[in-house]
Design a protein around this ligand. Structure first.
Ligand code: GLN
Length: 301
């Protein structure tokens, strides 16, 4: 194995090449799979340089400030903090979202929810859409961008996450078209005159079981908000509650579109069949071939 010189601790004398090599080694030692790529992203982020510059200017000497800042971020990543919290962003539906530990990091499979809503609601329709457990606001913001005539309502239990969501909506210029409501699932919709008027309720609710949570990778378990991930012993508890709460708000042609965990489709189908007023409409699989989205409609359409 090649010996790699450690980053000098006290002098400002380290080149980009040396720092990248050390960064990679540090991340590898911490068990990070894509250590080489992440090392480059972190260095590039601190120095605000494009990747090709980082790679072709390996002899450039870093200042002590740059070195200290790089080392600080590398140590956080070596402690298994997700790269997205360190860099502060995650892309979703082609848009960049600000993220911090108050919110779940948006996942690519969640884009399926947005795609399906867009498929169901034509662009010219003045639909009312509710995003439950909005977190970073990724679903609400992406839908508001895709459907400019829609009125979007977003709810979340956590006020710090609503602050992040608002910031993302402002960044993508849809803040005035989204109403933010703090509270559990659909409870904040009470007494707003929305009964029977919602066209789509979309949600990526918590769906991990208590037992599975303990087996998750440290990035998720130690840093992402537990309340955004864990539902209860079954994993489908939030879906079940949402289904019951949605009954009074959905229009006769309305639908509930929910993300689920792999292996939960059967249980969800059973829950839907046992809840009066609904029928199981469709199941959508993600790119990995896993059950990912359930669509529930009003019964008797
Ligand atoms: N709606 C957000 C997302 O899909 C947050 C979901 C959550 O907190 N459970 O990423």
């Amino acid at each position: 194995m090649d010996a790699v010189a450690p980053i000098p601790q006290s002098t400002g004398q380290a080149t980009l090449g040396e720092v990248i090599a050390e960064a990679r080694r540090l991340l590898e030692q911490a068990g990070i799979e894509s250590a080489a790529q992440e090392a480059l992203w972190i260095v590039e982020h601190v120095l605000r340089l494009p990747v090709h510059h980082v790679l072709t200017n390996r002899d450039r000497v870093l200042s002590l400030t740059e070195l200290t800042a790089t080392r600080g971020l590398l140590e956080r990543r070596a402690g298994r903090e997700p790269l997205q919290y360190i860099l502060g962003t995650q892309e979703f539906c082609g848009l960049e979202f600000h993220v911090n530990p108050a919110v779940l990091i948006p996942r690519p499979e969640t884009e399926l929810l947005v795609e399906y809503v867009a498929q169901r609601i034509p662009a010219e329709r003045q639909a009312t859409i509710v995003d439950v457990c909005t977190g970073s606001g990724c679903i609400a913001v992406a839908i508001a961008r895709l459907r400019p005539r829609a009125q979007v309502i977003a709810t979340d239990l956590s006020s710090p996450s609503l602050a992040v969501a608002r910031q993302n909506a402002t960044r993508h210029e849809v803040c005035e078209r989204i109403t933010w409501l703090e509270g559990d699932l659909l409870r904040p919709l009470a007494e707003k005159g929305l009964e029977g008027r919602i066209d789509v309720i979309v949600s990526n609710p918590p769906y991990i079981t208590e037992t599975d949570w303990a087996t998750l990778q440290p990035e998720v378990r130690l840093f992402e908000p537990r309340g955004a991930l864990v539902a209860g012993p079954q994993g489908t508890e939030s879906h079940e509650r949402l289904l019951r709460e949605a009954d009074r708000y959905l229009s006769p042609t309305g639908a509930l579109i929910m993300e689920i965990g792999a292996g939960q489709a059967r249980a969800m189908r059973r829950i839907v069949e046992q809840t009066p007023g609904y029928r199981f409409h469709r199941l959508i699989y993600d790119e990995a071939g896993l059950e990912r989205v359930v669509i529930v409609e009003r019964a008797g359409r």
